[in-house]
Design a protein around this ligand. Structure first.
Ligand code: ZN
Length: 666
């Protein structure tokens, strides 16, 4: 199958995919991983079931014909979930409810409201939004002080994002009931609730459940609707389904550390990454940890452990590629470690099996929550006033930054047992690195008290908050000038934004500096444009940073405000930020921004330094000498760089002598 043919098929599918079509279940035979990837590429909704030669999928009539035309063997198979769903509905005449032991939306709502009413001290029921058909998207918080952001890790379970995958929905209710019933008597439940903020969302897709279908009421697969690092890197909830938007916005309001989303159709734990290519292992920076926490679940479930997957776990992409899944979004954009649980091969098992399924999954589900308490944790504060800091936590050798909760300054860095170098950094502070040993069981505490960076206190800073380029001698080149914008800023109100350019154009912002000593330049950048090629790594549209016309670094894709730091040598230099577009794709906002540029030590730095006019009265006389002598004697010369006559950054008797000389020589 050649590329052109795939492209044409894809375009035809795209044309028709805007209308909601009934999809039905099929079995497709394939002979190679490339064939499977081809189905992913043309946007077929592969189901969770697959063997080495067969995969189940949901397709429309149109897709069915196209797949058949691509020389795949494809056939209709009965949709067992739908059949059972209809059976349950039809048998409802004399039974207590349409879903028998399954909780329909009204029963689910009553169940949750009853739990919340009966356990107000440890639960809080919240709706984080409404589904397409107006059903509430319920989340139950279970913790010792619900509604309060305490210094403890946040955990979440989300179930039933595929409406016809019902086991996790019921297991969620069993888990909620178990936790509140055991609280106060069972030490394990009590510890979990006292030391964890647990959030459980039994149904992300209540409409899909009521309709007996995988999709939401708009016909969208919610587990393909999230931003995706490989094919939809614009991390915005705008334009997505209401259920997706609600989960994204709610997650962003929290600092979830660990989570799982529950599916059925297979029996396995699936961990990131889910892309880019089917059949090819795609390790994320925390691969070892993900294997560890996935095994924590699978090892407690003997059938999963001994099932069709090695040890009951699989890398997502190696199984089959998913674009727009919730799992990768959580890791890539929320710094939240999420796995996908496939809890039963039958999607909608007979309700008489639910109690047994709870028995099988209770221990794995509890063990998995407890994983949130492993690794390194602590509080990051200012060393003087102990204010909590918005800080980054980095581990040497793992390319993944974790953020602290800015309200309390607490952070949770999940790690396997071992020895690590951990660094805390926060804007305007000196970063700090410690060696920490993570124990075999539980966590180790490592607090950080960071000191303000003294270099920053004296440096020349451009934050563009004049609303113009007036403060420094900026100049422009290329096809459009950079502009000042107040729609984006790392700090204050304004930032500098690349000019509006078209394909094969560029926009450059420059400044000439006379650097007086070897130092560094730092700035914050944000980028929103076409990503690099996922396999080739090629740059198409990007922001480039150059010193004297030589590219020092470059960035592409969706990158939120982040700090860059580069050394710069003594001498005259031209500093340049260049946004470039190639011929093809437009993506995101197609722009780059910079803010909070901290310049190296230049001739423009602190023009008052060394003038000798310590009292700023424009005359150098005996009063300045007295002030200088006093500060030298008292060792209290902060911010008095006027007296640093020899510019050696130290105020001492030499400066007094030099100041006296300038006065005498006048
Ligand atoms: Zn699913």
């Amino acid at each position: 199958m050649n590329k052109m043919k795939t492209l044409i098929v894809y375009l035809i599918l795209l044309t028709f995919s805007f209308s909601i079509e009934e999809k039905f279940t099929v079995e497709i035979k394939y002979s190679s991983i490339e064939d499977l990837q081809q189905l992913v590429d043309i946007g077929i909704d592969l189901d969770h079931y697959r063997t080495s030669s067969i995969v189940h999928a949901f397709v429309s009539d149109l897709e069915f014909n196209l797949i058949a035309n691509l020389n795949f063997q494809i056939k209709h198979i009965p949709n067992q979930s739908k059949i059972y769903f209809n059976e349950l509905k039809n048998s409802s005449n004399y039974s207590r409810n349409p879903m028998e032991d399954y909780h329909n939306y009204i029963e689910l709502t009553n169940f949750l409201q009853n739990i919340a009413n009966q356990n107000p001290d440890i639960t809080r029921l919240e709706s984080i939004g409404q589904s397409v058909q107006g059903r509430e998207l319920w989340v139950m918080e279970i913790t010792d002080n619900p509604g309060i952001n305490e210094v403890e890790p946040e955990f979440k379970y989300i179930a039933n994002m595929h409406g016809d995958e019902t086991v996790g929905r019921e297991l969620s209710l069993y888990l909620i009931e178990w936790l509140v019933q055991e609280y106060g008597t069972n030490p394990r439940a009590t510890n979990l609730i006292n030391n964890t903020a647990i959030y459980i969302m039994p149904s992300m897709n209540p409409d899909g459940f009521e309709l007996g279908q995988r999709y939401n009421a708009n016909g969208t697969d919610l587990n393909r609707d999230f931003p995706d690092q490989f094919n939809d890197p614009n991390n915005s909830s705008l334009g997505r389904e209401p259920e997706t938007r609600a989960v994204m916005d709610w997650s962003s309001d929290h600092n979830f550390v660990l989570s799982a989303n529950m599916h059925t159709g297979a029996l396995v734990v699936n961990y990131p990454f889910d892309g880019p290519s089917t059949g090819i292992y795609s390790a994320c920076p925390d691969d070892e940890l993900f294997i560890h926490i996935s095994l924590a679940y699978a090892n407690e479930h003997p059938n999963m452990q001994a099932g069709g997957f090695s040890n009951g776990i699989t890398n997502g992409a190696q199984w089959y590629a998913v674009y727009g899944g919730m799992q990768d979004w959580n890791y890539v954009w929320q710094n939240n470690f999420e796995i996908t649980l496939e809890q039963n091969e039958v999607k909608w098992p007979n309700s008489n099996q639910l109690a047994g399924l709870w028995e099988d999954h209770r221990e794995p589900m509890l063990t998995y929550i407890e994983e949130v308490h492993d690794g390194i944790r602590g509080i990051i504060t200012d060393s003087i006033n102990f204010a909590p800091l918005n800080a980054n936590i980095d581990i040497q050798g793992i390319d993944k930054t974790i953020l602290s909760d800015s309200e309390n300054g607490d952070y949770y860095r999940l790690l396997k047992p071992g020895t690590y170098m951990i660094t805390a950094s926060s804007f305007g502070y000196l970063s700090q690195t410690e060696m920490v040993i993570v124990p075999d069981i539980g966590y180790i505490e490592q607090n950080f008290q960071l000191s303000i960076d003294p270099w920053l206190a004296e440096a020349d800073i451009e934050d563009f908050d004049e609303g113009s380029f007036i403060n420094f001698d900026w100049y422009f080149s290329g096809n459009a000038d950079w502009t000042i914008t107040n729609s984006e800023a790392f700090q204050g109100q304004y930032s500098a934004k690349s000019g509006n350019i078209n394909a094969n154009e560029e926009s450059s912002l420059k400044i000439d500096l006379e650097v007086l000593e070897d130092s560094e330049i730092s700035f914050y950048k944000k980028v929103s444009c076409e990503s690099t090629g996922s396999i080739s790594g090629n740059y198409y549209d990007y922001l480039s940073f150059l010193i004297d016309g030589i590219e020092v670094d470059k960035w592409a894709g969706e990158i939120n405000w982040s700090l860059e730091n580069f050394p710069i040598t003594t001498g005259n230099h031209t500093i340049e930020w260049l946004f470039i577009k190639d011929g093809g794709v437009t993506s995101g906002y197609d722009s780059a921004w910079i803010d909070f540029v901290v310049f190296p030590i230049t001739s423009t730095s602190n023009p008052d330094c060394g003038t000798g006019d310590i009292n700023n009265d424009s005359i150098n006389n005996i009063l300045d000498v007295v002030s200088l002598v006093n500060c030298v004697l008292s060792n209290n010369c902060e911010d008095i760089c006027e007296g640093d006559m020899n510019q050696d950054d130290i105020l001492n008797v030499l400066d007094v002598v030099l100041l006296v000389n300038t006065i005498l020589n006048n």
